[in-house]
Design a protein around this ligand. Structure first.
Ligand code: DX5
Ligand code: ZN
Length: 217
């Protein structure tokens, strides 16, 4: 059970300090948005490179951008895991290969309207599959419970292969993480739940405990 907090809801003018508040994170989730693939704009490769230089925590880049065929391998130079959206990709299998060629974990993401069956062939090529539990673009949205069926089907396709992570992103909190863990997710993005908490790092540990407890049931 891995917790990968998103800094989207942190104070973006104090990134290094905000990241220092979550030392228990398994990876720090960086939401890269280009204002085209999603209707919001965050930060790009220069900021990601600066974050890399200022933390020893693992970095998980979630690219909500057009042209991941060009950009995903470039981000792979600076982070530990790169996730791109299949909806934006021309050759997703090649992108996964290009990311891995840089010794970086390679992942693909699905918007709520995209079926996992349409990408089943990519699963054995990936190190992680991200099932979005909100429409990508903004933090602080409500968890889409109806995505749990897709999480269950994805878990069935992955099987018990522990090296392929199954991540959910959007609306994950103490109220919803158990449901996602029970459906088969093992890696959880949480943005507002962590950064709106009084003690973000304590929240990371609480979320992980809750996920463990629900998975075991
Ligand atoms: C949404 C982003 C998420 C977001 C999660 O497009 O991909 O990572 O920051 O934020 P919360 O946990 O607040 O839904
Ligand atoms: Zn994200």
């Amino acid at each position: 059970m891995r917790i990968t907090p998103s800094i989207l809801n942190a104070d973006l003018s104090r990134l290094a300090e905000e990241i220092a508040r979550i030392p228990s994170s398994d990876m720090v989730h960086l939401d890269v948005m280009d204002g085209h693939f999603v209707p919001n704009l965050t930060f790009g490769i220069a900021v990601v490179e600066s974050i890399r230089a200022n933390t020893s925590l693992k970095l998980d880049a979630h690219l909500m951008i057009e042209d991941p065929d060009l950009w995903a391998p470039r981000y792979a130079e600076f982070v530990d895991s790169v996730t791109f959206h299949v909806e934006a990709a021309r050759d997703p299998a090649l992108i996964l290969k290009e990311i891995k060629a840089r010794s970086t974990r390679a992942a693909f993401a699905l918007k709520p309207g995209t079926s996992i069956e349409s990408c089943a062939d990519l699963i054995p090529l990936a190190d992680m599959v991200l099932i979005m539990t909100v429409e990508p673009g903004f933090g602080g949205q409500s968890f889409m419970h109806e995505m749990m069926e897709k999480v269950r089907r994805t878990r069935a396709l992955i099987g018990e292969e522990k090296s392929i992570y199954l991540q959910v992103d959007g609306g994950v909190s103490l109220d919803t993480i158990g449901e996602a863990a029970a459906a088969g997710a093992d890696t959880f993005v949480a943005g507002s739940a962590v950064f709106k908490a009084e003690e973000p790092d304590a929240m990371v540990r609480l979320l992980r405990e809750k996920a463990h407890a629900s998975h075991a049931q």
